[in-house]
Design a protein around this ligand. Structure first.
Ligand code: 13P
Length: 262
């Protein structure tokens, strides 16, 4: 199961929002509008509790499903953890790994990220690996160094075949939930660096096919200017993915940008 960046990839990370009835209501509305945005890959990433119900609602539509986290273990005495086979069982195709909130509040490191990516791939889930710098690191001009080290450590041991099944999301921490988006130029600089680094390690073909998402205060109003940048293949959306209308609007803007640049 490989992935392609021929269409913009728009994923909504709901974080810890929505009860099951709220989730179902949102996804029903999304499903209804989804025929308008078949030019984009559309993925919802709800809390674990809503996964199974949502997988039933999206059946027969183009909307796809992902989870926000998983264990690197397959099963066992690991209270509170959810494994890759459980996510597959609930209907997931994607899983977010190493979101900055997990690194910041739940002790995730590049090493755990690496183990989780390997476990996801082993179970045929597509990992969306998150990385990005803090405000302090940006101000000290350490952005490239930070992102480079996260790529090297997080993707250690991956070959070309594995890389063809991994999505990368650049999410500058200072832009998450703050309303402050990276400028298109700031985002593109890091995206171009990520693609170059992938080319160095895995060759040009793998790098040019890679899906590299931007995340951090993406809204309908700034999607076009971000997605028109050469190396930005989509968005990982938080707050603006919670309502069907704004999420669909983001997908439409992404399709408009993609049409123009390709
Ligand atoms: P916001 O879009 O709310 O800034 O969140 C971004 C994010 O963290 C997506 O994973």
């Amino acid at each position: 199961m490989t992935i392609s960046n021929k269409k913009p990839f728009i994923a909504g990370n709901w974080k810890m929002y929505k009860t099951i009835p709220e989730a179902i209501e949102m996804v029903r509305a999304l499903k209804e509008s989804s025929p308008e945005v078949t030019g984009a890959e559309l993925v919802v990433i709800p809390p674990f509790t809503a996964l199974k119900d949502i997988s039933k609602v999206i059946e027969g539509s183009s909307v796809q499903l992902g989870a926000q986290n998983m264990s690197w273990e397959e099963k066992g005495a690991f209270t509170g953890e959810i494994s890759a086979p459980m996510l597959k069982d609930a209907g997931c195709r994607f899983v977010v790994i190493g979101h900055s909130e997990r690194r910041q509040y739940f002790g995730e490191t590049n090493e755990t990220v690496n183990k989780k990516i390997k476990a996801a791939l082993a179970h045929d889930l597509i990992p969306i690996m998150c990385l990005g710098e803090s405000l302090e690191e940006r101000e000290k001009e350490k952005t490239i160094e930070k992102v480079g080290s996260q790529i090297n450590a997080g993707l250690e041991g991956m070959g070309q075949e594995e890389m063809s099944r991994i999505i990368i999301a650049y999410e500058p921490i200072w832009a998450i939930g703050t309303g402050v988006t990276a400028t298109p130029a700031q985002a593109e600089e890091v995206h171009a660096f990520i693609r170059e680094r992938l080319a160095e390690i895995h060759g040009n073909k793998t790098a040019s096919c890679a899906i590299i998402l931007y995340g951090g205060s993406v809204k309908p109003a700034n999607t076009y200017e971000l997605l028109i940048e050469k190396n930005i293949n989509g968005a990982l959306v938080g707050g603006a993915s919670l309502e069907a209308d704004s999420f669909i609007q983001i997908a439409k803007e992404a399709i408009r940008a993609y049409k123009e640049k390709t």
